[in-house]
Design a protein around this ligand. Sequence first.
Ligand SMILES: [Zn+2]
Length: 92
Amino acid sequence: MLEINCPFCGKRAQKEFSYVGDASITRPAPEESTDGDWFEFVYLRDNPRGPHDELWHHSSGCRRIIKVRRDVVTHEIIATGVPSDSLSKSAS
Ligand SMILES: [Zn+2]
């Protein structure tokens, strides 16, 4: 079983968390966006191989959203932090 290190609670079992989504996408600015920008934001996702930033909800713990950098091939948790953190720089 995976363990995720919540920055607020410490190491917890993965079953306490719910996957929220890709942490690398950004919401288009309403005044400058096209229908194509919104289509891409809502429906299109990359499917990278290797390390990937994700958002997870600690639904059975502190109920906060955290950012997790996870290798989607090996499922290794590389780093965790708050959503504003840039985890790719701390990857090793
Ligand atoms: Zn927590």
